[in-house]
Design a protein around this ligand. Structure first.
Ligand code: 5AD
Ligand code: SF4
Length: 461
């Protein structure tokens, strides 16, 4: 290394980057990738926004009062930015993610002290935006859907992710469910080529990751370019990834029932490291509401997919997403959702009150449901889902199951891992076991976790 290069490295290492992440696992992954693209510019992670040279607020628009939440956080960050500027230093403030995509112009109008607004498809252009913001002093906005593929332009090197690693294989969505902003904020469905996914998976495993969660807004619609130039589906990709030495577990989320093809269902039978747990949102159990939601399937289609999955992998546990109070939902429609939940039996599930998203078809639809009624339905549904989750946990007590240890527990001497069904499991054990899979006898079930005792047998290298 020459003296000049050395000096550059030393200077470069001085910048501090703080990233605030809200929302889904895709945003967690994106935040990591933004840190990766900024690392060659000398930005290293900082735990606090106070005193950082750059702060990125990675936002979520899916539910709740997304924009208000962003403006209130920006108000707080503005004070830190001004305090830093008072000492003659600069803090570059960037807003990323789906609120940036949907409301970029509004952000710059209401918060002109924001330096950069960037949508999820332009993260690879971040270094250039930072340079422009640093030079011009004005604000930079990039919320177009650029013609180039961001995955082709993101750096290969990435920071290690830990025992469980996220890997985005697919982005965007063409389904246009009536209630959902994703097709507008994340754009059209795009699949990353298989070779690029496999290379990133290998790197993660080489860095110590033992479990990979493939991510996509509509992950099972993945149809990526195969190494031989053809096209693979997700089932085939999972088969390939399963061959990576040292990889112990595979998962994928989030899936659409219409995209569960035969090959993918077969993968649940044929790929032992594909965990027997699937997040498969249905949103409603009423065919009328499923049609209004533009979900493109009926309740019976969902039940058929579940039957086929369970035939392929009898111990498969299911999770789902539900929305109560979609416009037009009657008491009878809601009952149909309760019936569907009873028929399937979920190990875990997420449920939400319908929240109108500006610009989506359902937001302006007639038959909006009163908030108090949404609350009532949500509580009724959540009581049933809690009951099913508790029953599932209780059925695990007395079983011996493989647990992949991911970190230290809250209490001294305790470590925590995940069951195949994604339940957190606490045991007393040496922290040297983190990153390994061991058999654990489950001794107790709590509402959101299990407790157990380590058995002798070690499963993984
Ligand atoms: N209101 C309520 N819930 C929503 N979701 C998506 N959009 C909305 C909305 N407008 C829920 C769906 C989806 C999950 C990620 O968030 O259940 O599957
Ligand atoms: Fe949104 Fe999922 Fe529907 Fe796509 S399939 S529009 S991401 S809810």
């Amino acid at each position: 290394m020459t003296a000049t290069e050395h000096r550059q490295t030393v200077n470069a290492a001085r910048k501090r980057l703080h990233v605030i992440t809200w929302g889904c696992q895709m945003n967690v992954y994106d935040s990591g990738r933004m840190a990766d693209v900024l690392s060659p510019l000398g930005y290293a992670p900082a735990a606090e926004p106070d005193g950082a040279d750059m702060v990125i607020l990675n936002t979520c628009h899916i539910r709740d009062k997304a924009a208000e939440k962003v403006f209130s956080e920006l108000g707080r960050l503005r004070r830190l930015k001004e305090a830093r500027e008072a000492t003659g230093k600069r803090m570059i403030l960037a807003v990323a993610g789906c609120v940036a995509q949907a409301e970029g112009a509004e952000i710059l109008a209401r918060a002109p002290y924001v330096d950069i607004v960037l949508g999820p498809q332009t993260y690879h252009r971040l270094p250039e935006m930072v340079a422009r913001a640093a030079r011009a002093g004005g604000s930079v906005i990039e919320t177009e859907f650029p013609p180039e593929d961001k995955f082709d332009h993101l750096p290969e090197a990435s920071a290690p992710q830990g025992v469980t690693g996220f890997l985005t294989v697919q982005e965007g969505c063409d389904k246009f469910c009536s209630f959902c902003v994703v097709p507008y904020t994340r754009g059209a469905e795009q699949s990353r080529p298989a070779a690029s996914v496999i290379a990133e998976a290998r790197r993660l495993v080489a860095q110590g990751t033992r479990e990979i969660m493939l991510l996509g807004q509509n992950v099972n619609a993945w149809h990526g370019q195969a190494p031989d130039g053809g096209t693979w589906g997700l089932g085939r990709l999972l088969q390939e990834l399963a061959g990576i030495p040292g990889l112990l577990r595979l998962r994928y989320a989030t899936s659409h029932p219409c995209d569960m093809d035969d090959e993918l269902i077969d993968a649940h039978r044929d790929v032992p490291i594909l965990m027997p747990y699937l997040h498969l949102p249905i949103q409603s159990g009423s065919d009328r509401i499923l049609a209004a939601m533009n979900r493109r399937h009926r309740a019976a289609d969902y039940l058929r997919v579940v039957d086929r999955l369970r035939a392929a992998r009898p111990d498969l546990a299911l999770s789902s997403d539900f929305i109560v109070g979609h416009p037009g939902e009657t008491a009878a429609d809601f009952e149909a959702t309760m019936d569907l939940v009873r028929k399937v039996g979920f190990a875990q599930a997420f449920s939400f009150k319908y929240s109108p998203r500006p610009g989506t078809p359902a937001a302006g639809a007639p038959g909006q449901v009163a908030d108090a009624e949404k609350d009532r339905r949500l509580q009724t549904l959540q009581a049933l889902l809690r009951e099913q989750q508790a029953a599932f946990g209780a059925r695990c007590v007395g079983l011996t199951m493989p647990i992949l240890f991911t970190g230290k527990g809250r209490h001294p001497g305790q470590i925590v891992g995940r069951s195949a069904f994604l339940q957190p499991v606490h045991v007393i054990g040496d922290s040297g076991l983190i990153g390994q899979e061991h058999m654990v006898l489950i001794t107790a079930a709590h509402p959101n976790s299990l407790a157990g005792t380590l058995q002798q047998e070690r499963l993984s290298a």
